[in-house]
Design a protein around this ligand. Structure first.
Ligand SMILES: *Cc1c(COP(=O)(O)O)cnc(C)c1O
Length: 219
């Protein structure tokens, strides 16, 4: 673990009232155990199988976040324990999560993944698609999911102006969705944006959850 990085990050997180999701994909169990022993409890993985294997072998008080694309047929594997799913990108997926959350007698916190980058990526909703999901008659019947916010990824570029523009755009969408659909629901408050290369920009643009992997491990 790169504790020097964490020690620099901690006061920033506090100042911005943001939380850190330690992205542990591709890391061995021993690396996760080291983070755990240091005191970290929020871990993010982007693949279901890897997530399940690690969850089974590590302490039960870890809060697991799925941050990568989720296929409907894999929801059942994570429904018993997952705390947050950041990467919801369709109503169909939301319905599937709701079904398996109900079967496990749980409410699963979800974020809708927004497409904000100017590069071609496969996943994520635009603003109109978000609105369509939230307006869908069936959406209101989903009692076992809770939409707690939005997630997005900026373009992978060294152009910090472009990154800031994309994060500000997501923050704008967040504000509009919040006032249009969640004005009476305090639980809609999370903006999951910022990774190792752009977390400072993300914090300045209103991120509440950083998803950081490589910087946390490589000195
Ligand atoms: C891997 C990953 C991250 C973390 O990226 P780093 O550059 O290693 O900090 C964040 N979000 C998602 C969706 C990822 O897949």
């Amino acid at each position: 673990m790169n504790t020097a990085f964490y020690n620099e990050l901690a006061p920033l997180l506090k100042a911005h009232q943001a939380t850190l999701i330690a992205v542990t994909k591709n890391q061995p169990l021993s690396a996760l155990q080291e983070l755990y022993d240091f005191g970290l409890r929020r871990f993010g993985e982007n693949r279901v199988q890897e997530l399940c294997e690690k969850q089974q072998q590590l302490p039960a008080d870890i809060e697991w976040h799925l941050i990568g694309h989720l296929q409907s047929n894999k929801v059942k594997y994570i429904a018993p324990f997952i705390s947050y799913i950041h990467s919801v990108d369709s109503l169909k997926l939301l319905e599937e999560i709701n079904k398996h959350a109900a079967a496990n007698n749980r409410i699963i916190k979800c974020m809708l993944q927004c497409y904000i980058a100017s590069e071609e990526t496969k996943y994520g909703l635009d603003k109109q698609e978000l609105i369509d999901i939230l307006n869908a008659p069936n959406f209101k019947t989903l009692q076992h999911i809770e939409i707690v916010g939005l997630m997005g990824m900026a373009t992978n570029t060294s152009d910090t102006k472009l990154i800031a523009q994309e994060f500000k755009h997501l923050k704008n969408i967040f504000n509009q969705i919040q006032s249009q659909f969640f004005s009476t629901q305090k639980s809609f408050k999370e903006l999951s944006m910022g990774m190792s290369s752009d977390y400072q920009i993300a914090l300045a643009c209103g991120s509440t959850m950083l998803r950081i992997g490589s910087m946390l491990f490589n000195p």
